[in-house]
Design a protein around this ligand. Structure first.
Ligand SMILES: NC(=O)c1ccc[n+]([C@@H]2O[C@H](COP(=O)([O-])OP(=O)(O)OC[C@H]3O[C@@H](n4cnc5c(N)ncnc54)[C@H](O)[C@@H]3O)[C@@H](O)[C@H]2O)c1
Length: 454
């Protein structure tokens, strides 16, 4: 009671494009009476029976819904069992003082008539909530993060031992191993970072070194290249074992370790082989970012700006812990809505078609962050958002690379061939309003690309 479940549930359902069921409202609709009246005239036992029936119906509903459960629903063994089997249950944390302050003001709270009764119930129910909780949260971002398996918490890296299962092996970026030795008593496989690590050869090395059985899990600690290759190794090893991502770069924490895309490169191109393999858990500790080099920080900042443009909020202006949390929650939301990348997840490519073309034309000399910054400029200009383009240019100050314009165009055309012969761009109607699958006249796209080149 008083945790804010209805408001948060409604918000989370909207974000995840799911139906929302407020169980208390359903009960009142079904009984054609207020909850207080049901309690007064029929008693709590009958109320709980209606609650149980409607909770189980809601849990069986298709498509899956976000359900806000009344504070006492968990008392039903049948509801609790169904929650365990069929739901991801998030405990909305609130301290008892705040909950009482809110509950005493609200109507339809027959069990919140006195503070002592309220506190007694809180103490009684707390163990039931703890037992049922698959995740815990205090706000809508927290609920989405929990649902996506993300734990975003400063200091979590030091607690790694408590956060991973017993049977694990660890793939760790060599540099991270030196800077932040993982406190895990498990076999370690140190690998170099960088794009050159995302190969079939590296997967083969890991597959041959691993001694994990099916019940075990792989822990990947490092930037996006480490989590991409280790995640893919986990996806195929023994036909798939669980894995846990521990991203250590800004790129990893706001992007690469979220959403379940894993993969490796081929000489023919980036990320050409991979799998969707959602990590069991992603553990994000922004304190690890303190040792990042400036160029890596800028790579991450470009993705943060992209996320802010998609979200329609200047997320890059927040403090680092908030940047990480908000961006991670945004990406998690998009990926939960479209886990198999069949539709709107394409928005995450904002600026990336141009970025990849420039990277290819520079033979990968151009840092990814610089390329994304330039790609964002092109996307904003083609969207007619010239003020935002100027703002992004001032913020990221990307230098125009001296690459061959024809080579860059050819690389961009390769994207075109991959999508049925027509170039599909991601543009913005306005900040916060992405449009995917946009087709523009070739001349406009060519000019936008040429404007990025020195
Ligand atoms: N799977 C996805 O959805 C997804 C999304 C975006 C990017 N990616 C992939 O991510 C990769 C890029 O990731 P990245 O930018 O993290 O690169 P990276 O993994 O190569 O790391 C960059 C550098 O940072 C170092 N490093 C890592 N953690 C550090 C720390 N805490 N302190 C100091 N140095 C540290 C690494 O050793 C490396 O030198 C690309 O391959 C890209 O394709 C994947």
């Amino acid at each position: 009671m008083g945790a804010g479940k209805t408001t948060l549930g409604d918000e989370v359902a909207r974000r995840l494009a799911r139906p929302f069921v407020d169980l208390d409202a359903e009960i009142e609709r079904h009984a054609a009476e207020s909850i207080s009246t049901i309690f007064a005239t029929r008693g709590e036992v009958e109320f709980r029976a209606i609650e149980e029936k409607l909770a189980c119906e809601a849990l069986d509903s298709a498509p899956p819904a976000v359900i806000s459960l009344g504070g006492g629903a968990m008392v039903s063994k049948q509801t609790a069992a169904k929650l365990r089997e069929q739901a991801f249950t998030v405990l909305v944390e609130v301290d008892v003082e705040e909950a009482w302050r809110r509950a005493r003001r609200a109507e339809r709270r027959p069990l919140a008539e006195s503070e002592s009764q309220f506190r007694r119930l809180y103490e009684q129910r707390r163990p039931l909530y703890d037992a049922a909780a698959d995740g815990r949260a205090e706000d809508a971002d927290g609920i989405v993060l929990a649902a996506a398996g993300l734990l975003v918490e400063p200091g979590s890296y030091a607690r790694l031992r408590d956060l991973v299962p017993e049977q694990v092996e660890v793939v760790v970026d060599e540099r991270v191993w030196e800077l932040h030795p993982p406190l895990l008593d498990a076999p370690l496989h140190a690998i170099p970072a960088g794009e050159q690590t995302k190969t079939l050869g590296m997967c083969a090395r890991l597959w041959r070194e691993l001694r994990l059985e099916r019940g075990g899990a792989l822990v990947a600690i490092g930037g996006g290249t480490t989590t991409d290759v280790a995640g893919f190794a986990a996806a195929a090893y023994l036909r798939g074992i669980p894995w846990i991502a521990v991203p250590t770069t800004l790129v990893g924490q706001v992007d690469a370790a979220i959403g379940g895309k894993t993969g490796i490169d081929l000489p023919e191109g980036k990320n050409l082989v991979g799998a969707f393999h959602w990590p069991e858990r992603t553990i994000v500790d922004h304190e690890l970012l303190g040792t990042l080099q400036e160029v890596e920080r800028r790579n991450g900042l470009a993705e943060v700006v992209k996320t802010g443009l998609l979200a329609g909020e200047p997320l890059w202006e927040l403090s680092e812990p908030d940047v990480v949390r908000r961006c991670a929650a945004f990406k998690a939301t998009v990926c939960l809505r479209d886990p198999a990348d069949e539709g709107e997840r394409a928005m995450l490519n904002l600026g990336h078609t141009f970025a990849h073309a420039l990277e290819t034309a520079s033979s990968y000399d151009l840092p990814h962050g610089e390329a994304v910054a330039l790609g964002l400029l092109a996307a904003l200009r083609l969207s007619g958002l010239h003020d935002q383009a100027a703002q992004v240019e001032e913020l990221l100050q990307p230098a125009r690379p001296a690459v061959d314009a024809d080579l860059a165009w050819a690389a961009l055309e390769r994207d075109k061939k991959a999508r049925g012969g027509r170039m599909q761009l991601v543009l913005l109607e306005a900040p916060g309003e992405p449009r995917t699958g946009v087709e523009l006249p070739e001349g406009d796209v060519r000019r936008a690309l040429a404007d990025l080149i020195a």
